[in-house]
Design a protein around this ligand. Structure first.
Ligand code: SF4
Length: 442
């Protein structure tokens, strides 16, 4: 049994804070981390795992207090500037799926009356909170961006830990306007000041500026990675752009995010030069280019193996779109407010559609797959209009029903059948294009 499987089995048998803390204490030591890191075929993947483990170790350790729970789309620059160790329950719910813990956490959520209708990112996280498997938070911050599940379930956590006074909700207005920027800037500033007075830490503007500069640096490399991917088709083994949610959000404003994205860029650039050489000498078979919308299942599944076998590549994921402008270190609160307001899930569905259509053009997508995660109203509600909009560009969309966390709520057989049907559509589209090219040449 390999190191990763041993970790999985250990944690499945001992899903409690004490065991997790002990485990992180062991695997986050330099020699073990080094050995663990060497099990990853890509350096970017290795960095991703090492930084994730270090960030988790901090959240579980008493020496990195205060710990703040945060929902996904918060500006984590706030946390890093104020010295609050972030812990992202929704991202951790993805880990519960990957580590095979979701059956336990979901069962616990059910026995505590969490509805089956609640998205499993929140249901699994709530089960883990009920089981005391997550670290105790000092603060809980959330937002209505992009769904309203976090504001409700996170509030329940604040009640459980008796910290209702340390629960903060950032209300992001529907429209991007000067009035909205002012309103949001005020909220972010007030929350930061309140957190400072509660932690007894003096607000340090130079630290805030430093974090904002690091965030800009990370943004620059993330954009470079995205630009590179416009022509890249071959990736390092097991590279999956849907695995980078924690650094893209939770590590924004840290040195680690900069190091990681610089590394991804370096690694992908090497692949691109290799690919250019190979293509010019062998003239490789064209791949079917897929644009991925929303998230993916985080438990072991066959989706990406099937796509790989059928010569399909996910060339871009909507969630990796850099949606915000460069932040102004002289105006940190306003910049973070603008960052939140710029998210394509804020406001009308037209904002999301224009990001998707641009990505479809930029990445020359042959088809799109929208993973329709059970219970995600904000994403699934727009599925039909997204499909229709892509159709106008001649791009077929597969709306693939499933669940990112709960394996039992996804039929693997049905997923396979629907994927195969979709691949046939892409094949016939590719064949038609080939025939037209031959005809034009003749
Ligand atoms: S998947 Fe959808 S419902 Fe679930 S947390 Fe994300 S945005 Fe909210």
């Amino acid at each position: 049994m390999g190191i990763k499987d041993r970790l999985k089995t250990g944690i499945q048998k001992n899903l409690n804070q004490k065991y997790i803390r002990r485990l992180l204490g062991i695997i986050a030591t330099k020699p073990v981390l080094y050995a663990y890191g060497s099990t990853f075929p890509s350096i970017a993947d290795k960095y991703l795992n090492v930084f994730t483990i270090e960030s988790l170790k901090n959240a579980y350790s008493e020496s990195h207090r205060p710990v703040g729970y945060g929902s996904l789309f918060l500006p984590y620059e706030m946390f890093h500037a104020l010295g609050i160790t972030p812990f992202l329950p929704e991202v951790m719910a993805g880990f519960t799926a990957g580590l095979g813990l979701a059956p336990q956490t979901l069962k616990e959520a059910s026995s505590n009356w969490y509805s089956q209708d609640l998205c499993t990112f929140h249901r699994s996280a709530s089960g883990a909170v009920e089981l005391d498997a997550f670290p105790r938070p000092d603060f809980i911050l959330t937002t209505n961006l992009a769904c309203d599940a976090a504001q409700k379930s996170f509030y329940i956590y604040s009640v459980k830990y008796n910290i209702e006074n340390n629960f903060y909700l950032i209300d992001v207005p529907y429209y991007y306007s000067n009035k909205s920027i002012l309103y949001l800037t005020g909220q972010i500033k007030n929350i930061c000041m309140d957190l400072c007075s509660k932690t007894g830490v003096k607000f340090d503007i130079s630290r805030f500026k430093e974090v904002i500069n690091l965030s800009n640096e990370f943004r620059k490399w993330a954009i470079k990675v995205n630009n590179l991917r416009k022509t890249l088709t071959n990736y390092p083994p097991y590279y999956n752009g849907l695995n980078f949610i924690l650094p893209f959000h939770g590590l924004a404003g840290t040195r680690e995010a900069v190091i990681l994205y610089k590394q991804i860029y370096k690694e992908l650039k090497n692949y691109l030069s290799k690919e250019k050489k190979e293509n010019s000498s062998t003239g490789n078979k064209p791949v079917k280019r897929i644009l991925w919308l929303h998230l993916k299942p985080y438990y072991r599944n066959e989706i990406f193996d099937i796509l790989g076998r059928e010569n399909c590549r996910v060339v871009f994921e909507e969630i990796n779109h850099v949606y915000w402008s460069e932040l102004n270190p002289e105006k940190p609160f306003e910049s973070l407010a603008k960052k939140m307001l710029s998210h394509f899930l804020v406001g009308s569905i037209d904002n999301r559609i224009s990001v998707i259509l641009k990505a479809a053009r930029d990445y020359k997508a042959d088809g799109a797959i929208l993973f329709s995660h059970w219970g995600c109203r904000q994403s699934n509600g727009g599925a039909r209009i997204i499909k229709d909009s892509l159709k106008k560009l001649g791009i077929p969309t597969l709306v693939l029903d499933g669940d990112c966390v709960d394996q039992n709520n996804s039929s693997q057989g049905q997923v396979k059948t629907r994927l195969q049907g979709f691949i046939e559509i892409l094949d016939s589209k590719q064949n038609r294009r080939k025939e037209t090219n031959v005809y034009m040449r003749n």
